[in-house]
Design a protein around this ligand. Sequence first.
Ligand code: NAP
Length: 245
Amino acid sequence: MIQNKTVLITGGSRGIGKGIVEYFIQKGAQVGFTYAGSKDLAEQLVAEYSGKGKIIAYQSDASDFSASEQLIEKFIQDFGSIQVVINNAGITKDNLMLRMNETDWDSVINTNLKSVFNITKACIKPMMKAKQGSIINMTSVVGISGNAGQANYAASKAGVIGFTKSIALELGSRNIRCNAIAPGFIATEMTEKLDEKTREVWAEQIPLKRAGKPEDIAKACAFLASDDSSYITGQVLQVDGGMLT
Ligand code: NAP
């Protein structure tokens, strides 16, 4: 059950994050979510769900350390506590290594990996004080397998897995759990960037014969956020239709 839990989701304006926001609100959670630039989309989402539960949008760049500290402070003022954090914000800047430039490397590492450090660093003190917390980090099957043309992205997602396991070891004794979810191929704007042929080939290779939906990821997040998973920490849950076995 995630009813009444206070939940922060980064990157909730679109795609998987939006699916998580919608699912959590429908299940009675109190939700704050962030976005980087999509103010209109964020406001639309708040307008759509504000009658159904507590929902607040925050413009906050997850790769910015002090902005993340301010975000957590504001979230606690608004919600009174922070029980669940879902580090979901992420980007891709794909290129083969020969063509990948320093900016493509830095922006992906900062948005996908440093962001997880920033938000986790800011939320663990209040969670320790409350003697409870669940942190869920979005990695990718690519962080396990690697992928040609995604050295920056795969490195960031592999980093998220190492970070997740370390935090689980450090904070288990404080009743703070930390797990990762590794989505496979989920239909969002991130995967729409791929050409149609590539998308067809990927979907064909998935044993369950379909791309995932944001809701598939949201349901796994709800499990890891809830007390149903109270003896699970330091794990990477693949939600990929069997894509990577
Ligand atoms: P998406 O549709 O491109 O949405 C990305 C979200 O992240 C947006 O809400 C965006 O906000 C936000 N964001 C980007 N940079 C940010 C920053 N610096 N600060 C705060 N928010 C930021 O991506 P998605 O497909 O939903 O992916 C969500 C997560 O799942 C990512 O971590 C991704 O790596 C992971 N993932 C996705 C797939 C897949 O198949 N889609 C597979 C494996 C893993 P704005 O709208 O304001 O830009």
